[in-house]
Design a binder for this molecule. Structure first.
Ligand code: ATP
Ligand code: MG
Length: 423
């Protein structure tokens, strides 16, 4: 036999045993988006490499070492999207969605980063993303956080996560802080790891985001960006905090919170959990007012966030929330005649009862093996059609989830029995 071909490391199949949890997350997200008046945007998975270099930043983990970049047949450099914001902004500029108007948008889909695969960190992973454009004030930052809070609440995860927020100010403020930060790190060169040394002059702020335990103390005592902020940045941040307090959303101000991408300014936030080991950030976002101009368009304020679906699903598993149920009924067919009539019977039930979930036993098999399949399908009822039933125009019903006596009823009654079950 030929050798089997395996999937690419870090790129997972999501099997039907687990997809109900994915659907649950996506469905709740979609419903929320509709209730807050956000519109869906669908974007290409491949973009020009230049787009990510210019937006995410040359000296970020993503652009330095995580992108799936390849040459198209005509020699263009293309990249599988490592995140959704860059493509979303590109599309909005290209389609004229930013000029003199506001946008509230969402998307969902796969992202690709060549990272070291481990629990909660994959090479193909999936995000729910939200982006808003044209709003400069703290109100929209707060709305985004409220929306993400409600998402976590509706998923039943509120108890497992905490909100951290910070402000990164504006470019001039970061510049002033940057000089002092570099000076501070230079005085402590011997404590810097390789990544930090490399970033020292290109992107020192990112050193604050280090996950190296040996550098925590150093980073803890570093000059804080917050002390370099002007009135406007501080007022914006206070505005966000006040709005959150007005709706009772608890938060922790973490002045060391920076984000892994260069385009953020002012508000940044993360929802973190200590239930997923090192991969504890389930949702992350913030404001990126400079990005649109950076991508060559007239400036427009912007903000957004992204949720890692894998990590949400892992948290749901943590709670062992049972995924969606099986069908309402499983139809067992005993004997030739039943096998001939089974599909037609199920079709007519589907015609009569909208929303009915019914699985027909295809492929025959002993009564015992059919019963096993019925149970495994997760169905609530087994409907049994055998020689006797066909002769008497009846059907036998066995409740697979509750201890109730099996009963045989006229076929004309199944309709109402199923409706009761579904009510
Ligand atoms: P991290 O610090 O965990 O590497 P990040 O800052 O690189 O995260 P973002 O680019 O902000 O992550 O992505 C938003 C969210 O997408 C993260 O909070 C996380 O839930 C999820 N995410 C990011 N990278 C991965 C990955 N490789 N595998 C699975 N989920 C991921
Ligand atoms: Mg990362």
């Amino acid at each position: 036999m030929a050798k089997t071909i395996q999937a690419i490391r870090g790129m997972n199949d999501i099997l039907p045993t687990i997809t109900p949890r994915w659907q649950f997350v996506e469905q709740i997200f979609r419903n929320l988006m509709q209730s807050y008046g956000y519109g869906e945007i669908r974007l290409p998975i491949v973009e020009k490499t230049e787009l990510f270099k210019r937006s995410i930043g040359e000296v970020t983990d993503i652009v330095e070492k995580e992108m799936y970049t390849f040459e198209d047949r005509n020699g263009d450099s293309l990249t599988l999207r490592p995140e959704g914001t860059a493509g979303c902004v590109r599309a909005c500029i290209e389609n004229g969605l930013l000029h003199n108007q506001t946008q509230r948008l969402w998307y969902v889909g796969p992202m690709f980063r060549h990272e070291r695969p481990q629990k909660g960190r994959y090479r193909q992973f999936h995000q729910l993303g939200v982006e808003v454009f044209g709003f400069a004030g703290p109100d929209i930052d707060a709305e985004l956080i409220m929306l993400s809070a409600r998402l976590l609440k509706n998923l039943g995860l509120a108890e497992l996560v905490k909100l951290e927020i910070n402000t990164l100010g504006v470019s001039e403020e970061r510049q002033a802080h940057r000089e002092q930060l570099i000076a501070y790190f230079e005085q402590n060169m011997e404590l810097l790891d390789e990544d930090a040394k490399r970033r020292l002059h290109s992107n020192p702020l990112r050193i604050l985001d280090t996950k190296n335990p040996a550098m925590q103390e150093l980073v803890e005592n570093a000059p804080q960006l917050f002390d370099f902020l002007g009135e406007e940045s501080k007022a914006h941040f206070k505005g966000v905090c006040d709005y959150l307090e007005s709706v009772g959303i608890g938060y922790h101000v973490n002045h060391r919170l920076v984000r892994g991408l260069d385009y953020y300014s002012k508000t940044v936030f993360e929802w973190v959990t200590d239930h997923l080991g090192a991969q504890g950030t389930v949702c992350a976002g913030g404001r990126f007012d400079a990005l649109i101009e950076q991508l060559g368009s007239k400036p427009s304020p912007a903000a957004g966030f992204a949720v890692g679906i894998e990590r949400m699903v892992a948290l749901l598993e943590e709670l062992s929330e049972s995924p969606a149920e099986g069908p309402h009924a499983y139809l067992l067919l005993a004997g030739e005649t039943a096998m001939q009539q089974g599909l037609a019977m199920a079709e007519s039930l589907r015609d009569q009862i909208s929303g009915l979930g019914i699985v027909v036993n295809c492929g025959g098999g002993s009564f015992k093996s059919q019963m096993k399949k019925a149970d495994k399908s997760g169905a609530r009822l087994a409907l049994i059609l055998g020689e006797d039933e066909i002769e008497k125009q009846s059907i036998t019903i066995k409740n697979l989830r509750e201890d109730k006596p099996q009963q045989t009823v006229p076929q004309s009654e199944i309709d109402s029995i199923l409706r009761d079950l579904m009510a």
